[in-house]
Design a binder for this molecule. Structure first.
Ligand code: PEP
Ligand code: MN
Length: 347
């Protein structure tokens, strides 16, 4: 990681730095911050001669060498001061809430519009709505691009930014062109490195936020953080980690709840952690307990499937969406736990 003395390198300086690192088989990736731009050395940055040559340049303040597989997302990275802001919230400065339906029903858009207004009323910062759905059974509803219009209409009517899952590059571009503010990478795609790269490339110059779910099959903590690094490496580090339960499931739950991974993630990365209790436990009745446990474990926020009339929903909604009333209660209790854990910020 190269920190220049000024706010950013001039084109001539950048070209000189690029020439040096290229000689050693590395590349430069600028990470544009609000105050200054820093330059990640992508590749093996341990070569002493390369470091010495870079340190010898008069316009370089210092080179930080982070011996970790995820240089940008590492807690010790200079990006640790990066703050993700969306929906009037700053991650880490108060309990952050994403809520809304698992799946938008294009035949019944009024449900989603009502859910949107209700989750706003409950205190959500971001509205979620599934447009394209990864379904285990190929004969069930796979989502519908028409739902993208409904999602954006709900965003306009509530003023809330919106989150939708994208599963391939064409959906990434459709969502970005429509103005989706947060792209969700689902549990099934969290290890799809070409999609991670494509998303990183697509959001590099934007203020889009990425919600990266934990894969059902992710074991080591580093595997999760490295997936976030794939996206950040293209220049947009606004990636939120979202544990959502893993396989094999705990008998009775949909998955094995993994909110307890939160403190372990926080030891290694500065990335905010927003837990999804809905997919973790998979039944509305258990969502609140899982949500509160997540905040007790140190989560920065929650992503909760909510529907004005769950039994009339589609996708996961009939079994795991909670009502806006239950959401309001969950948020109120979760805020109390958050305040206990962050006495200064909550004050
Ligand atoms: C969802 O959020 O509706 C979803 C499909 O999530 P996951 O990728 O965690 O299964
Ligand atoms: Mn769902």
């Amino acid at each position: 990681m190269i920190l220049p003395k000024s706010h950013r390198l001039t084109p001539e300086q950048l070209s000189e730095v690029t020439t040096i690192v290229t000689e050693f088989g590395c590349q430069i990736q600028p990470i544009i911050g609000a105050v200054r731009t820093i330059y990640a050395i992508v590749g093996d940055e341990r070569d002493e001669l390369m470091i010495n040559r870079l340190e010898g340049l008069g316009y370089i303040e210092r080179i930080d060498r982070i011996q970790s597989p995820f240089k940008l997302m590492d807690r010790r990275s200079d990006l640790a001061t990066h703050r993700i802001r969306i929906g009037g919230a700053t991650l880490g400065e108060g309990l952050f809430i994403i809520a809304g339906q698992c799946t938008i029903d294009p035949r019944n858009p009024q449900f989603f519009l009502e859910t949107a207004a209700a989750v706003k009323e409950a205190g959500a910062h971001v509205l979620r709505g599934g447009v394209w759905k990864p379904r285990t059974n190929p004969y069930t509803f796979q989502g519908d691009v028409k739902s993208l219009d409904i999602l954006m209409e709900a965003s306009r009517s509530t003023g809330l930014p919106v989150d939708a899952e994208v599963m391939d590059e064409s959906q990434v571009h459709l969502a970005l062109d429509a103005g989706v503010h947060m792209l969700q990478i689902g549990a099934r795609n969290a290890l799809n490195y070409s999609l991670l790269r494509a998303i990183g490339r697509a959001v590099a110059e934007r203020d889009t936020v990425i919600l990266l779910k934990r894969s059902l099959h992710m074991g080591p903590i580093n595997e999760f953080i490295s997936a976030a690094e794939y996206i950040a490496a293209f220049g947009n580090p606004s990636v939120i980690l979202c544990p959502r339960g893993t396989s094999p499931a705990l008998d009775g739950y949909r998955n094995h709840p993994d909110e307890s991974i939160t403190p372990l993630l926080k030891e290694r990365t500065w990335a905010p952690v927003v837990v999804d209790p809905s997919h973790s436990v998979g039944k509305a009745a258990y969502v609140q307990a899982c949500a509160l446990a997540a905040v007790a474990y140190g989560a920065d926020g929650l992503c909760i499937e909510t529907h004005v009339s769950p039994s009339q929903g589609i996708g996961d909604d009939p079994k795991q969406a909670i009502t806006p009333r239950a959401l309001t209660e969950t948020i109120s209790q979760a805020r109390q736990i958050w305040a206990l854990k962050h006495p200064v910020k909550a004050g």
